[in-house]
Design a binder for this molecule. Structure first.
Ligand code: ADP
Length: 226
């Protein structure tokens, strides 16, 4: 099973990607994670990519495309992959489309998580981290996981922990806007990549509900009806 998962920052793509990986027993290829590993390992790719990552820009295609293609063609991935974070622009989509056709690799599902830009931004900026257990989700913009408010202070809605922290990059509005602009760009950006596949095959549109489970149930229902 080979799958591409699209969705902007703040759409819950990471969580849905984990669910898909489990469900279909595929290996997940997360471009952002691969880049971060290369940066911390100071590899050649890492050194070249770091300057763009730090600026919140896409790493140039001549670095990104071969890095991902090599993985897809690697025998370790022949039992299936889930692409997460690639393709992120039209050029990458075209390169991937041509390459998998040439190699005779089947693409089973392309999934697009749908969320409007303002909601995505509010969700990113609304994230709060529970200091006692970072898997406890808290978000001031999502009713289902809104922290509890007492006397003007916020507490984790799961365990009541009184320390909720904010990730600095979740509040960097300029960086968030830049990333969302790349995603929502229908000319050459990520939505152009989504449209590349829409012109060639069925793309499953999954709405990002505020409840993770509702979104994943909706996604699995669509895929099983296909
Ligand atoms: P984000 O922080 O936007 O959620 P990721 O963790 O997926 O992004 O990726 C971190 C960074 O790695 C991006 O900001 C970008 O610089 C780079 N990157 C990730 N995927 C790609 C891609 N497909 N093409 C180019 N650069 C990418």
């Amino acid at each position: 099973m080979n799958i591409i998962l699209f969705g902007p920052n703040g759409s819950g793509k990471g969580t849905q990607g984990a669910i898909l990986r489990e469900k279909f027993s595929v290996r997940r290829i997360e471009t952002g994670v691969i880049f971060r590993e290369n940066v911390s390992g100071s590899t050649d790719i890492g050194r070249r990519a770091k300057i763009f990552i730090d600026r919140g820009e896409l790493v140039p295609d001549d670095i990104t495309i071969p890095m991902i293609m090599n993985r897809i063609k690697n025998p370790n991935f022949k039992n299936g992959w889930l692409l997460d974070g690639f393709p992120r622009n039209l050029t990458q989509a075209e390169a991937l489309g041509m390459d998998i056709e040439r190699e005779g690799i089947n693409l089973d599902f392309v999934i697009e998580i749908i969320i409007d830009r303002d909601t995505a931004k509010n969700r990113i900026m609304g994230r709060r981290l529970c200091a006692s257990e970072n898997s406890h989700p808290n978000n001031i913009s999502i009713d289902a996981i809104r922290p509890v408010e007492k006397h003007g202070a916020l507490f984790c809605h799961v365990c009541g922990c009184e320390t909720l922290t904010i990730r600095a990059d979740d509040q960097d509005e300029a960086a968030i806007d830049k990333r969302l602009s790349i995603y929502f760009d229908t000319k050459t950006g990520t939505l152009a990549a989504v449209n590349y596949f829409k012109a060639r095959m069925k793309v499953f549109e999954v709405h990002s509900f505020s409840e993770v489970q509702e979104t994943s149930e909706h996604m699995m229902e669509l895929l099983s009806c296909s």
